[in-house]
Design a protein around this ligand. Structure first.
Ligand code: NAD
Ligand code: UDX
Length: 443
């Protein structure tokens, strides 16, 4: 099949590459020339495990093309995915300007029947807006060309994006006719070959499914963070409670890890957007509002523990921060807890020495660019030298079983604040560390 994917970010690049890997001809389009130039020179603009090899292989095989020319892409293909960003707008709603700008371009340039597939996360009713936009532009052109608008939300997780796309739990497709559904079934057949994982529904339900899924996962995390906060107060250990409740198959073990708050490009903005959608329709979703409020507060849980231990004036103190990305195996820092933590500490006069295996560039050029008092070190151990305490923010594998003797030697005080509950408190206490976790009363 001949496919264009408009928007070559985390989702668009993975989507386009995985379709090419299955033998399709794919053109990935982006307005960002720098990104397209890099990709054409074999440089992958994001860090995503397993992606580089298949991008380069499929590009070399001329099945995967990178271009800024949407007109040419639409002429050569008859399936067009929209995979541009839908960031949080000023009032918390999803900002649809990029999606609708692509719809305009599609209206301007299609020359034959095109299946327009919305992969961006968009509020219910967006497919109608895309349809109206394309129809209006076609009418202005005086062109009589048919098209379908299909909803196909994406459920991949960063850090495991290629695997999630190649072996999806499910493929959700919303369409208003059987012909469109058949095309989507054919397109996804190689990915769903051993199990029936193709779930067809109407367009609005499909759009809603994405928000419902992310909100459910975010709810599990905020729920667990509340339990953790109560555990701390009453002397229970959330690490044990987590295992205790996860063993109930109705609850399950996944997404109940307490921590310093969820981040990333999806949960924060999608929960907010769903709240706004509900508000606009005259409903106040109290549970979803609380999910977001708990998370906002949870990002401050580590700074709160630090203030409790060292006081609110941190001038003259330095903290080592391990991990800046919003989770391991990605360089993405969108809405990362590290941003809140670093800013809170610096605001109280502290200095920060940070180390992250992949997210330095994002931190320095964007998310912490205006923060003074942060120094970036090239190894986890050098970041510790002379610091008053170490803070684990992102549970990268290389942080999971570090050399605690080395940590103790380098720190001024043997104090660890762990935002991801990674270490054995017994071992650390025996070694003379003061060890603070989420959801465990400090000893
Ligand atoms: P991203 O910011 O990484 O990428 C978006 C890309 O679109 C950018 O490269 C940008 O230059 C490009 N773009 C913007 N306007 C354009 C235009 N008019 N024409 C061509 N390209 C244009 O975003 P992302 O993380 O890939 O997310 C894309 C969508 O997928 C969002 O709606 C998001 O909610 C959803 N989603 C993201 C994830 C994830 O883990 N990142 C997972 C599932 C769904
Ligand atoms: C999420 C959804 O999982 C994915 O299905 C959707 O398509 C996009 O949004 P992503 O944002 O890439 O994916 O990462 P995810 O693994 O879901 O983690 C999100 C955040 O939740 C991270 O900050 C992570 O640290 C946090 N988290 C996750 C917890 O705090 N506890 C958990 O138990 C799980």
């Amino acid at each position: 099949m001949n496919i264009s994917v408009v928007g070559t970010g985390y989702v668009g690049l993975v989507t386009g590459t995985c379709f090419a890997e299955m033998g399709n001809y794919v053109i990935c389009v982006d307005v960002n020339e720098d990104k397209i130039n890099k990709l054409n020179n074999g440089i992958i603009p994001i860090y995503e495990p397993g992606l580089e090899r298949i991008v380069i292989e499929n590009n070399k095989a001329d099945r995967l093309i990178f271009s800024t020319d949407i007109k040419n892409a639409l002429e050569k293909t008859d399936i067009c995915f929209i995979a541009v960003g839908t960031p949080m707008g000023e009032d918390g709603s999803a900002d649809l300007q990029y999606v609708l700008a692509v719809a305009e371009e599609i209206g301007k340039h299609i020359t034959k029947h095109t299946y327009i597939i919305n992969k961006s996360t968009v509020p219910v009713g967006t497919a109608d807006k895309v349809r109206e936009t394309v129809s209006r532009v076609l009418q202005e052109r005086g062109a009589d060309i048919s098209f379908d608008v299909i909803s196909n939300p994406e459920f991949l997780k960063e850090g495991a994006a290629v695997n999630d796309f190649m072996k999806p739990d499910r493929v959700v497709v919303g369409a208003d006719n059987e012909r469109a559904l058949d095309v989507m079934r054919e397109l996804y057949a190689p990915f769903t070959v051993n199990h029936e994982r193709f779930i067809a529904m109407d367009v609005r339900s499909s759009e809603m499914t994405k928000y419902a899924a992310n909100s459910m996962l975010a709810t599990k995390i905020s729920f667990m963070n509340e339990i953790a906060n109560i555990c701390e107060l009453v002397g229970a250990d959330v690490n044990k409670v987590r295992v205790g409740i996860g063993s109930d198959s109705r609850i399950g073990y996944s997404f109940i890890y307490p921590g310093c708050g969820y981040g990333g490009s999806c949960f924060p903005k999608d929960v907010q957007a769903l709240v706004r959608t509900a508000n606009k329709n005259g409903y106040e979703p109290k549970l979803l509002e609380a999910v977001e409020a708990v998370n906002y507060d949870q990002k401050k849980s580590i700074p709160r523990k630090i203030f409790k231990k060292f006081g609110e004036d941190l001038s003259g103190m330095t903290f080592a921060v391990w991990g800046l990305s919003f989770k391991p195996e990605t360089d993405d820092m969108r809405d990362a807890a590290s941003i809140t933590i670093v800013k809170e500490l610096v605001a109280k006069g502290a200095k920060v020495k940070a180390y992250d295996p992949k997210a330095f560039h994002e931190a320095q050029t964007c998310y912490l660019k205006d923060v003074e008092g942060i120094e970036y070190l090239d190894s986890k151990y050098t970041a510790l030298t002379g610091c008053d305490a170490m803070i684990l923010v992102t549970e990268w594998k290389e942080f999971r079983s570090p050399d605690f003797d080395e940590i103790k030697k380098r720190l001024k005080n043997p104090v660890i604040f762990d935002g991801r509950n990674q270490y054995s408190s017994k071992k650390l206490h025996e070694m003379g560390f003061e060890y603070f976790q989420i959801g465990v009363m400090p000893k």
